[in-house]
Design a protein around this ligand. Sequence first.
Ligand SMILES: Cc1cc2nc3c(=O)[nH]c(=O)nc-3n(C[C@H](O)[C@H](O)[C@H](O)COP(=O)(O)O)c2cc1C
Length: 169
Amino acid sequence: MDTMETILNRRSIRKYTNQKISGEQIETILKAAMYAPSAMNYQPWHFVVIDEREAIDQIFKINPHAEMLKEAQLAIIVCGDSKLEMNIDYLVQDCSAATQNALLAIHALGLGAVWVSSFPNKETVEGIRSYYSLPENIVPVSIISLGYPAEKVKAEERFNKSRIHKNKW
Ligand SMILES: Cc1cc2nc3c(=O)[nH]c(=O)nc-3n(C[C@H](O)[C@H](O)[C@H](O)COP(=O)(O)O)c2cc1C
């Protein structure tokens, strides 16, 4: 798929079929995530891939905004390692760049996904850390809910010239 087509047509997908995602697809998605830019090129990310029903459902119990995960075939917790990047602001930006790369790869593969929030919600961060046994230096920044799409969400016009400023505000 053409890069601009992928970017302009990606939308959050919250309904999925029960078709399984292959190991090869997961590797492609995580490869895209790991090619994201990061401050000082520290690449401070880790990815927890969750494909067991009970473990996926647990995310919804921790974060009530993650109801779509009840249908999802897979969840990926994008985590930052504070031993690799000590500045939390950069850690979150790096993991966010990785998350967006993953979302674009997911769309390009014909799959659907939505970014589910984790950081900076303390309850979600601690709930995830506890249930999935993350070490203290690992911050769950975002969660990706994904599967084969069972809904179509149309691209919308977002180009807004009033947000562009030339040379000064
Ligand atoms: C930091 C962040 C947190 C988000 N958290 C949630 C969430 O918890 N639940 C959810 O359904 N969508 C969540 N979203 C998805 C947004 O609602 C969605 O991206 C936005 O409405 C724009 O729609 P689009 O993704 O289709 O372009 C999140 C997106 C971002 C960037």
